[in-house]
Design a protein around this ligand. Sequence first.
Ligand SMILES: [Zn+2]
Length: 268
Amino acid sequence: MHKHLFKIFAAVVITATIAACGTVAITGRKQMLFYSDSEITSLADQSYSEFMSTAKVSTNKTQLAMVQQVGKRMTSALESYLKSVDQTNYLEGLNWEYTLVQNDEANAFCMPSGKIVFYEGIMKYTNTADFVAVVMGHEIAHAVARHGNERMSQEAMVGTIGSVLQQMISNNASAGTQALFNVAFGLGGEYGIILPYSRKHEYEADKIGLIIMAMAGYNVDQAPVFWEKMSSVSSSSTPEFLSTHPSDENRIAKIKEVIPEAKTYIKK
Ligand SMILES: [Zn+2]
């Protein structure tokens, strides 16, 4: 490796190590976070604005209201819990917003800045408030657990380290961060927002999501019912949400395992 490159590489590693001391809300798992919340939030909001500039908000007032009511109730419950344990730092960079857009794909996502989008296509599976809460909780969990930041940090360290260094050399670190954000979120294409989270992140988001459901007073026993229903959807029409959230037996088993712990968060 070129001497100059090595110095920059060392700087990246040192910076990453210093910035690495993060822990995930609720689970307490240690994670490496290379980016600041404000950096991630501004990138996320930029992508969200771009997405919303081409998207059409649903005209189905009943469904839109359900998405917004469930979202508000869940984020409020999460916020009160984090306040009660003096961990409001986990809310930094998160400005919740809940939208339902006109799109027949069965999909939903949450930007790392807290902007949650449901597609009309998923509403035929999430036809009850509890089912909306299953998907909503999972998406809120990805955001509050900073999975996007962690994924970008991992990419910076191992995946695309070469290109990141190139960007730093050309004195354009912000372009490098932008590129990483796009890699981490699979941005591209007309509605190409995909969150290719790892299995570890998926299971953690399921667990935190269930806990948020319990905090907000939704029925956590409906979570395995929802995923079983999703997994029975014929493979010829696999919903988009399932391609990033495979509802296989392992996942459903893990969800069932976590239910008793989630129930300890139900407000007495
Ligand atoms: Zn997920």
